[in-house]
Write a protein that binds this ligand. Sequence first.
Ligand SMILES: Nc1ncnc2c1ncn2[C@@H]1O[C@H](COP(=O)(O)OP(=O)(O)OP(=O)(O)O)[C@@H](O)[C@H]1O
Length: 593
Amino acid sequence: MARNTYDKDEELLQEFNWSYYKRLGVYIVPYKKALLKTLAVIIFANIAGMIGPYFTKLAIDEAIPNKDIKQLMVLGIIFLLSLIAIGMSMRYRIQSITEIGQDVLKDMRSSIFVHLQKLPFSYFDNRPHGKILIRVVNYINTLSDLLSNGLINLISDIFSVIITLVVMFMIDVKLTLYSLILLPVLFVLVMFIKKLQRKAYQELSNKQSNMNAYIHESISGIKVTQSFAREEESFENFSKISNAYRDSYMKAVKVQFLLWPAVQNISVITTSLIYFVGIRGLGVDVSTGTLIAFIGYINNFWNPVINIGNFYNSLITATAYLERIFETMDVEPDIKDLPGAIEMPEIKGKVTFEDVVFRYEEGRNILDGINFTVNPGESIALVGPTGAGKTTVINLLSRFYDVNEGEVKVDDINVRDVTLESLRTQMGVMLQDTFVFSGTILENIRYGKLDASEEEVMEAAKVVRAHDFIKDLKDGYHTVVEERGSTLSAGQRQLISFARALLADPKILILDEATSSIDTKTEELLQIGLQQLLKGRTSFIIAHRLSTIKNSDKIFYIDGGKVAEAGNHDALMAERGLYHHLYQSQYDLLKVD
Ligand SMILES: Nc1ncnc2c1ncn2[C@@H]1O[C@H](COP(=O)(O)OP(=O)(O)OP(=O)(O)O)[C@@H](O)[C@H]1O
């Protein structure tokens, strides 16, 4: 799939089809009981709504000419009671519909969130995260109107139209037919507007998504923006995107509001027509009371028709968002358990790469025949020039991507033959930029083993030498840290991740060592922590510190998509090959040891 950026509209990968609404229906089904109850109340209110015009007719045609005060009083009281009943039903209806709508949205949001958590890295690699975010939050929210008001109102309006039509036909067939004369005009208009509107809202959703992506990216990169004093350029970009959003919004609204006045006009013209027909008596012979009642029913008829028109509007609008939501839900996690995948037995720690070939994109192999075997408990340092594929090797090991050719085996079992969960729970992956979640330090360490007691957390922190700095913090283990851990130093974040990994007790440990330079004291601390963590585990470390490299059992020098050199530090130095050269040029300069 083509990669997307904040200034590029996303292409829709699948054409719209009506089955989207069927799928939306699946989310509504669990609430059908509440929906039916509400519907019953609505039908009751609709029937009560029929009383008004009919009683007006009785009053004008019978009670008033006969001067029957008693009948007039009875009519008045029943009419009043019907109004109270309608008011109470309305209140119930609004509350229950809102509740059902919000529940459906909550379920959809959960579905898309759960699905996102299963998607492969490649999905997140290929688009700005802001564009993913907007689907879970904003796009789902736009359905709120459709679900809360639209759906139930639609059912109630359809009932309303049918009941009104039946009553109208019962009163006078010809007059009813006159009332419907302009309905085909409305139909043609709706079809015409639909096309324009759908396109306009697709564009709007794209511009919204672009803006969200840019804001998200700007906040993530704020430190770079400020340190290069690029605030103005940033704002200019934002203005462009924001203007595009505004323009597309105006376009969409203009199209959307074509329908409403059209229906209003048709309704007014119809009313005039009925007056005209009634007064002129064009083939109809009705009393004044009937005529006035009829005008009341015409309102009863056209109001729901206007509402149905509006519903149709929001349906078309929602379509533009629904297709995006379902598109995301339809992305198949390409890294998933194969049929018949077995549970990975307890890992001992042997790792084998056999003729592994891997590419992120067609035509460019990143790994091109990697072979190695690592024995249980060995520590491996992966080194090599930037972009050589070190991270790629460790991504394949925990099956974040699948190999294109060859095999990756753990304890002689192909990683594709076991369930992802059983494989990954036995592996610890620590990325270069240690992610710290917002919450306390305790919670962050506990992420490695959710049921760990406070004592266990402290024990792990002590082993990896994180305890000393944590206990000196204001609230110790209960100190609250922000997302990404911006209030902690790089070394402290790394120590927390060591404690987290130790608690998880993985048999194979994968570590992308932080590149940021740290002082010698922290360096020493990290080394002690790391050595504790590595005990009894197979480990792969993308090593940036000479101390780590020297302490490892074997060094793999990755270059040209292959393991170009393998051996320990002394052996590789004696070879005076690529590693020796890298050591001379880089590590001498850094003087980290
Ligand atoms: N998600 C991706 N999609 C496409 N290409 C990628 C992706 N990730 C990495 N690459 C490419 O794959 C190659 C290997 O990247 P990798 O991150 O494995 O290198 P590395 O050896 O870990 O580099 P460094 O030492 O700089 O971290 C690079 O050329 C990179 O451009």
